[in-house]
Design a protein around this ligand. Structure first.
Ligand SMILES: [Mg+2]
Length: 358
């Protein structure tokens, strides 16, 4: 099955509400679709959305990276899968979102060629999942209203974005916690917003009020590895690393240091599916569970994350794959059902992606 063409398309998709974290505000999703066609007419779809302050990539750099790699892939046989992946990952360093977009399309093709859903090709059997939903950072009243709306939609786990002001963050969490039934789980994501000292003070203040979040995610800057360990040694709330872990090497360092409790895997950080699977395996060796998360991105790449979650269900026990639920509309669909907190995989070969503009 020879690769005949690789094309890209850039689109904008509207969000139901602005997406606000301590790093950014987004009003519309900027998204890039990769379409790989084989000589026999089979088409694979991939996707990547830029998150410049996390991966260092823009739409322009993602496009340029794909254009750079493209001529090396045209004419190759999908059956030479390992060779193709090696080319994608060795021609250029970093550029993890661009490589992920290419990898997703390649895995889609490979799974279609063996007539299996991607998760089954990867050895997965689980087909039903539950995701949390993100509550954007904002004024306390708005965050309470957003949290209550999410619970009314059926979510039992909320991921609260904080990190711009430690004092205000404590008040936000206390107020949200007080407004909800106690069976609603809270995940906290500070997106690198605090110092290690601030993190400890803030988490101890919450713990003193018997507020124990399921975890605190990336409280300190990505490169503050010692800071993560400092926090872990002083609080009971479990610590999850997101921006600190892109590669296996990043994860191994933190796991060897016993600096974290959980790993957040995102395809846009791991440069795609291959390293995401390896990361889940590595964490399992340390008896550490993973969450699979997503950037603010589109249905194809989020669907790919669900397939990975199924493939590594023993290791990936938490899902933060809410990006599709945050979109008002998007011209791409996949055969993965996203119904608010409920996510279901089908037995359609590959990812089952369809693109109406295409
Ligand atoms: Mg995060």
């Amino acid at each position: 099955m020879k690769i005949q063409s690789i094309r890209t398309d850039v689109l904008s998709a509207t969000l139901k509400n602005p997406f606000i974290t301590s790093l950014r505000r987004v009003d519309a999703l900027q998204d890039l679709i990769v379409i790989i066609e084989c000589e026999n007419g089979m088409t694979g779809y991939g996707e990547g959305a830029p998150t410049p302050m996390i991966t260092g990539e823009t739409i322009g750099s993602i496009l340029a990276t794909i254009e750079y790699i493209k001529p090396h892939l045209i004419g190759l046989e999908i059956e030479d899968f390992e060779t193709i992946l090696k080319i994608v990952h060795t021609l250029i360093v970093k550029n993890t979102t661009a490589k992920s977009a290419l990898e997703i399309a390649l895995y889609d093709l490979k799974a279609q060629s063996v007539k299996l859903p991607l998760y089954q090709m990867l050895g997965g059997t689980q087909t039903t999942f539950k995701t949390d939903i993100t509550i954007s950072m904002g004024e306390i009243d708005t965050m309470i209203a957003d949290s209550q709306n999410a619970v009314a939609l059926g979510y039992d786990t909320l991921k609260i974005k904080i990190g711009d002001n430690p004092k205000k963050d404590v008040e936000r969490i206390k107020a949200i916690h007080a407004s909800l039934n106690k069976d609603i789980k809270l995940r906290l994501d500070a997106n690198q917003g605090w110092t290690a000292q601030e993190s400890v003070e803030l988490l101890l203040a919450l713990e003193k009020h018997s507020i124990f979040a399921e975890f605190i995610e990336q409280p300190v800057p990505a490169d503050d590895i010692e800071g993560l360990k400092y926090i872990k040694q002083r609080v009971q709330t479990p610590l999850l690393a997101d921006e600190s872990i892109f590669s296996l090497k990043d994860a191994k360092r933190l796991l060897d240091m016993q600096a974290i409790d959980y790993v957040n895997i995102k395809l846009a950080k791991t440069a795609g599916i291959t390293q995401a699977l390896s990361l889940a395996d590595l964490a399992a060796e340390y008896d550490v569970k993973c969450m699979i998360g997503c950037m603010l991105e589109g249905p194809i790449s989020v669907a790919a994350g669900v397939h990975v979650a199924s493939a590594k269900a023993q290791s990936i026990t938490m899902l933060d794959l809410d990006a599709v639920a945050l979109l008002a509309s998007h011209p791409v669909t996949t055969e993965v059902l996203f119904d608010e907190s409920l996510i279901k995989l089908s037995d359609c070969p590959g990812l089952g992606a369809a693109y109406t503009n295409h």
